[in-house]
Design a protein around this ligand. Structure first.
Ligand SMILES: C[S@@+](CC[C@H](N)C(=O)[O-])C[C@H]1O[C@@H](n2cnc3c(N)ncnc32)[C@H](O)[C@@H]1O
Length: 364
């Protein structure tokens, strides 16, 4: 396979990773802990989902009453549009339903809605979900899914990795609350960084398991065994293949407690004496960049509490970022260049290029 095709195939497969229930629950719990009514009376849209596979639909349907939701809408993308149709087999849930349509099953997306106690068992839960075929394939950019976006208060999903920028722009233009999963690298994208800088979006709580990696379920037929970390059997007897992706984060504009916790820091003098990093202890002072009026801080926990100027810090600062403690000024990647061209260029120390950095300053 030519390199281009290989990259394409990998991209397509990564687009079919499914989020684990536990990770959804952990993140949503952080929002609920901060504001127990965060979902009350709200319409939640879960686009780019596949409710017959997805834990997002399961999680919100099971908690519909507890969260006081008004409406849950979930849409799926048609298998024919997915570039690797081979694994698709309609579920019994679909084929046993009177509205099953052989002509639509692979080319139409589906919409699942939950609003009331359809079964009459006095609770609204997953049994009450209703579904029908969409007119189109369920592409989030289509008119019909965009109309659902406009109706929703919150949009929550793990969108296709390859369309992350477009997906985020689609949410932001409608000014909706959201929580979506993406790669940490997206932070310096030109579509994303200005929003982070202006504190319009931030990273989620990102409860850390396995050092910032997230585990995903992948459908058996597209599971590449090199990627598979574990094989489990779920409650329906279906094999679940688990893969691990590094550097994955929740991006959101929903408030949560971690955002308001100040990062505990030592003074510059104490860092130079007591830092747990030898490279800091072994210096007389922090390095300055050749081409930026800023000091280089190679570890987040080595940010000096008493430095008044600009500091270049690893992008992982955003995992601990508190907008009342710091101000983000720029990045040493090609985004958000200031009028003097200071920010947005690579940063150098003694002519050696440094890692990706965000430039920050204490807010006093
Ligand atoms: C990373 S998976 C996540 C699935 C599910 N949201 C979850 O987290 O378990 C992304 C999903 O988006 C679908 N998808 C790909 N391109 C899409 C598009 N243009 N519009 C809507 N959905 C799309 C994929 O088929 C896949 O089901």
């Amino acid at each position: 396979m030519a390199n281009g095709n290989l990259a394409e195939a990998k991209k397509t497969k990564n687009d079919e990773f499914y989020t684990q229930y536990y990770d959804i629950e952990k993140e949503m719990s952080a929002y609920l802990e901060y504001d127990p009514d965060v979902f009350r009376g709200k319409t939640i849209l879960l686009p780019c989902d596949d409710p017959e596979w997805s834990n997002f639909t399961k999680y919100f349907a099971q908690n519909f009453d507890r969260f006081g939701l008004k409406k849950l809408i979930s849409t799926s993308y048609a298998p024919e549009s997915k570039n690797h149709k081979s694994f698709y087999q309609p579920t019994l849930f679909e084929t046993n339903d009177p509205q099953y349509d052989q002509n639509k099953t692979t080319i139409n997306g589906k919409i699942f809605t939950l609003t009331y106690d359809r079964t009459g068992d006095r609770e609204i839960n997953i049994e009450d979900l209703q579904w029908e075929y969409l007119d189109g394939d369920g592409d989030f950019r289509s008119k019909e899914v965009t109309e659902m976006r406009n109706e929703a208060d919150l949009i929550i999903t793990n969108p296709p990795f390859s369309l992350f920028r477009e997906f985020l722009a689609w949410i932001v233009e409608a000014e909706k609350q959201f929580a979506i999963i993406g790669n940490m690298n997206a932070i310096t994208y030109k579509e994303v960084f200005p929003l982070i800088k202006e504190n319009k979006i931030w990273l989620g709580n990102n409860y850390k398991i396995n050092g910032g990696a997230m585990f995903y379920e992948i459908p058996e037929d597209i599971a590449n065994l090199d990627q598979v970390r574990e094989i489990r059997t779920n409650e329906d007897g279906k094999k679940i293949y688990i893969t691990r992706v590094q550097g994955v984060r929740w991006f959101t504009n929903i408030d949560h407690g971690r955002l308001h916790q100040p990062l505990p820091l030592m003074t510059m003098e104490d860092n130079l004496k007591f830092s747990k990093h030898k490279v800091i202890r072994s210096k007389q002072s922090y390095d300055s960049y050749d081409n930026y009026d800023a000091i280089e801080v190679p570890y987040v926990d080595a940010i000096p509490s008493d430095y008044e100027g600009v500091m270049g810090v690893p992008i992982s600062i955003l995992d601990k970022y508190n907008p009342d403690q710091f101000e983000i000024l720029g990045s040493n990647r090609g985004v958000d260049q200031d009028p003097n061209g200071v920010y947005g260029k690579s940063s150098y120390i003694n002519s050696k290029e440094t890692f990706k950095r965000l430039f920050i300053r204490h807010r006093r």
